[in-house]
Structure formats: C-alpha cells, structure tokens
Design a protein around this ligand. Sequence first.
Ligand SMILES: [Zn+2]
Length: 139
Amino acid sequence: MAVIRPEETSLTEHYWAQARLGQVTLQRCEACACTWHPPQPACPDCQSTEWRWLPASGAGTLVANAVVRHAPHPAAAPHLPYVICMVQLAEGPLFLCNLLDHGDQAGPPGSPVRISLGPSLAGYGLPQARLEGPAAALG
Ligand SMILES: [Zn+2]
C-alpha cells in the first residue's frame, strides 16, 4: 500500500515529534510576535531567526474548503471522497488540513473549527479539522 511520508528535517524535527503526540505546534517570532506555519527558518514578517515553538490552541475558523473526488496520490484513493480545507488558526496562521465528520459535503466558510492531529498510516500526526457550533450539525 502506498504511504505518503513528510520530509523530516532538523527544522521540522520538533514539529513532527509534537505531531506524533497529537499537538500542533507553530513558530512565534521573538522580535515581532508574528506566528507562522509551516516551519520556516526565519520570521516571514521581519526575517528574524529568533523564534520559539508555540503549542497551537486548536481553535480556528473555516476559510475555504473543497471536496476531493480524484486521488492526487495512490495513498489517498481509499479515502475518496474527502474534504480539504483552509483554516485560519486563532493564533493567526493559515492551516491546510482535512475536514472530518462532514461526509463529502463542504462546510460553510466562517464556521468555527477545532484542529487536531489524528494517526496516519506513516505514523505521523495527520492534521484534521472538525466543525464546531451550529455548522457541526449540518454534517
Ligand atoms: Zn518577526
């Protein structure tokens, strides 16, 4: 069975170690307080290399989503159809992940979501979002 594995580097090592424990982590700049994801060696706002890891709260807002009906990789084929979504995390960064518990229906943009990391075949934490509030009942 085909398995998708992320590239783990010295920069992303901490992110993936925390992901395997179920925690989403972000980076926060010590100079300007910008918070970002995915991992980068310097702040995208001020280019400072002084930053620290920050556990994400998991809270966010659904910005956009789409139903995937054609597998972009053989490993994704057994999961069709599924919904991918862009979430604005409460800490600021945009986060791309799956939208769960909503069948093959897209969710209403602007809905509150909760991000978590579920298990994947490769043993890495797979980012997942679930709708919260009134929109959750639409699934
Ligand atoms: Zn900065």
